[in-house]
Design a binder for this molecule. Sequence first.
Ligand code: GUN
Ligand code: ZN
Length: 429
Amino acid sequence: MTKQLLLGQTLGFSGNPLISDWADAVEFDSAGGVLIDGDRIVTVGNGAALQAAHPGAVVTDYGQGLISAGFVDAHMHYPQTGMIASWGKQLIDWLNTYTFPEEARFGNPGYAADVAGRTLDLALAHGTTTLTSFCTIHPESVDAFFDAAANRNMAVVAGKTCMDRNAPDDLRDTAQSAYDDSKALLTKWHGQGRAQYAITPRFSPTSTPDQMAALGALWSEHPDCLMQTHLSEQHPEIRWVKELYPDARDYLDTYEAHGLLGERGLYGHAIHLEPREVSRLNEISAAVIHCPTSNTFIGSGLFDTLGLAAAGLRIGLATDTGGGSSFSMLRTMAAAYEIGQLRGVALHPAQLMWLATEGSAQAVHMKGQIGHLNAGAWADIVVLDLASTAAIAQRFEKARDIWDALFPTIMMGDDRAIADVWVAGQRVT
Ligand code: GUN
Ligand code: ZN
């Protein structure tokens, strides 16, 4: 098969810049090259040297474009694409007013297929090559998403959202049907092509202890699956969890008591954690997912990126569409930066890019496979135009180094900054 050689500025990582000096974790080459054979990256190195060594490779020269691993969104809700940016509510009211009525439409396979395809195309247009998505309670919504991802050869993580209380009649399953449907879906999809299944209790308030236990049992029967849920997002939610689970030590304990705490668990938001929850998440090596545009949009609070990284937690970054207000991981990085500033820390562009690629990939247990600009990884790649608008270009012209050149695109960039996208070695834009 013909090899592809992408030339430009290349940015990858050899370590985690949240817990070591960022300069030691970065692999940057202002005249780099990425050699692709089939669906994989085979070498990342000096562009001219790679061109000389592989004269038969088809060359795409991006000039000063920045070649990075494609962005990995570690938590989102594809069924909420149609109600993103809905005004005026905080979490529980927002769910009841906007989210549940929209999610009720996904029993219709045609509607689900339409929104799934639209969401994946929006993701690609924003440079995101992997989505980790909640679906709805309808098995049809899960099939629609995995089908649409398979058509695009995208690596995705998803699962049927389970709810058997505190939700409208047409959005409730039962403990038994949640177990049965999830089992059938994970048998059908987990490991099929690039699909990974995540057992998905929405959050403790919408599952009875019986449903939590049934899903915990399912996870213990299929420990290679992921598990995704929400944790400690807003204070009224946390108070509600305490009322519903009076014997639990804290919010995390509602999951742990039912077999839903594990290394392959993904806990979205995780803003208002008790010290016990932090140390338990660390002991178990579970991942927490930072959803910064959602946390400001719904008014949830300020995630402690560096504090939780220093405590040993694995952290991914996510849009949380449609609680989040953007499909763009650039905008998501910008919001993570702004939240850092409100906590008194300035996250470095290297740390932000790591979160959007390696951090999220590691959170979803695909380290070295995606989010990784290095030999052996899937050739899922985004190329950033660092001068995509007049406002960014005039700032780019004054940049002193790559970080100064990249930071305006992180803060002000959107889909216009996406020069090109590759998925599994195929150019998609
Ligand atoms: N908690 C439970 N469900 C949801 C949801 O759909 N979005 C957000 N942001 N938080 C949740
Ligand atoms: Zn969510």
